[in-house]
Design a protein around this ligand. Structure first.
Ligand SMILES: *Cc1c(COP(=O)(O)O)cnc(C)c1O
Length: 452
């Protein structure tokens, strides 16, 4: 075991060291190497060392360079050194943090991290929270608390009696809500399509004055950080209108919630603390390893009622019981990495990370604009949408940039415009990486446009 773990660490370190210089996307040879795994089920045991070697020799070259400094696809952070190391140690611990009894350390670190997170994000200190897999499940979890609360107010026990015969819940979302939010609503029996959609502006922000009249059990889902533009719904205005009518406000802040930690960006989340529940990802901007999401609910009892194992849930002991706040019972100790990330960065380190990535996004936008390309969004956060010409040309550039290998960014369609989407979310990205990436993007785009 000892030797094997040392070898795994050596291989991982070598992988990360090479990542800065290899092609960010796996090369065709790297992808072809994955065929090595398509073999019949082994009949006999084999040496763990051999298993590890296979994984590294054929798996590493077939990986996307997400952990490196020049990956700008989707919204995917890297892994902070302390968070990755904590992940390894926690893997060795093999804790089941469903129950405090089964993992005193996992449970305690969640409690500590939770307190720190509420303070950092400026959320109500009495909030309850669950450590889940990602924002999709965090939205699901927080919205389950919302569903409980608005139906309880209407005299209905949804956990006991389900939705058959329940008073209808009106769900209000922005026209440009994230696709996964609809999945969460579908899983909750609230329907992907029966939502009321509020029109948005050119940045995808909900128009607060276009909210429909609110009455009866109502949940309003706002967004902190549009996945294309990085824009924020007017949270304060919507919370004020919603609360005057007794509605619940949920915030999908998968990456945008982290703006709250950077003093220069905090204006974007104005009114955040007025909402009732919040979802975010730790695997995005907090830069912990996959997978890690967080669901917060101001009404701790509503979250607990929705998630506890027993319908007539037992009074808690002195300690928070982790599985009373998540869909899962058994699960890994995700709080360990969240704690390690916060412990290693501190308030200032995290603010610096968020601010630096935002500044780098602005630099991308300025550099591309100076080269003659059109920036489609107001760059308020870490997202940049750039157009290199007509849709076909833009997609050609996206593909060519990916193949060239210096960096990686994906394609997107924003309000009818085909664009390359650059998301700067990694602790590892330096200003020099941004310059190098800009140079590659502009060079590749220039070559393609010259051929036309
Ligand atoms: C990424 C994202 C999600 C989904 O998060 P997962 O971690 O992939 O489940 C939801 N909403 C927004 C705004 C996002 O950016």
């Amino acid at each position: 075991m000892n030797e094997l773990l040392h070898e795994a660490a050596a291989r991982a370190a070598r992988y990360l060291e090479n990542l800065g210089e290899r092609s960010v996307a796996p090369t065709p040879e790297g992808l072809a190497g994955l065929d090595r795994f398509s073999e019949p089920l082994p009949a006999h045991p084999s040496d763990p060392q051999e298993v590890l070697a296979l994984l590294d020799d054929y798996g590493s070259p077939g990986s996307m360079g997400v952990a490196g400094p020049r990956f700008y696809g989707f919204v995917i952070g890297g892994s902070l050194p302390a968070a990755l190391a904590a992940n390894w140690l926690a893997g060795a611990w093999d804790q089941n943090v469903g129950l405090t009894l089964a993992s005193p350390v996992g449970s305690r670190l969640e409690e500590v991290a939770l307190g720190w997170l509420l303070e950092l994000l400026g959320l109500p200190p009495e909030s309850g929270a669950g450590f889940v897999t990602g924002a999709t499940v965090a939205n699901f979890t927080a919205l389950a608390a919302a569903r409980h609360a608005v139906l309880k107010q209407a005299g209905w026990d949804v956990e006991a009696d389900g939705l058959f015969g329940a008073p209808p819940i009106t769900v209000i979302v922005g026209e440009d809500a994230h696709t996964t939010l609809f999945k969460s609503l579908g899983m909750l029996g609230l329907g992907r399509s029966r939502v009321v959609r509020v029109p948005v502006d050119g940045q995808g922000r909900m128009l607060a004055d276009k909210l429909p009249p609110i009455s009866g059990p109502t949940i309003i889902c706002v967004q902190a950080g549009n996945v294309n533009t990085g824009a924020f719904d007017p949270i304060r205005a919507i919370c004020e209108k919603a609360h005057a009518a007794g509605a619940w406000v949920h915030v999908d802040g998968a990456f945008g919630l982290w703006a709250a930690v950077a003093p220069g960006r905090a204006y974007l989340v104005d009114g955040l603390e007025l909402a009732d529940s919040w979802a975010t990802d730790a695997h995005k901007w907090l830069n912990v390893p996959y997978d890690s999401g967080l669901a917060f609910s101001r009404d701790r009892e509503a979250l607990r009622a929705a998630m506890s194992v027993s319908a007539s849930y037992l009074p808690e002991g002195a300690r928070r019981e982790p599985s009373n706040f998540t869909p899962e019972l058994s699960r890994r100790a995700r709080g360990v990495e969240v704690w390690a990330a916060l412990r290693s960065l501190g308030r200032e380190g995290l603010a610096e990370l968020v601010e630096r990535n935002c500044r780098q996004a602005t630099r991308f936008a300025e550099g591309l604009k100076a080269a003659g390309y059109v920036i489609l969004n107001e760059v308020v956060l870490n997202q940049v949408l750039v157009k290199f010409g007509d849709p076909a040309t833009t997609m050609q550039v996206v593909k060519a940039v990916q193949e060239e290998g210096t960096c990686w960014a994906g394609g997107s369609v924003w309000q009818g415009h085909t664009a390359m989407r650059i998301s700067v979310s990694s602790w590892a990205t330096t200003d020099a990486d941004v310059e190098r990436s800009l140079e590659a993007m502009i060079r590749v785009a220039g070559q393609i446009r010259k051929k036309k």
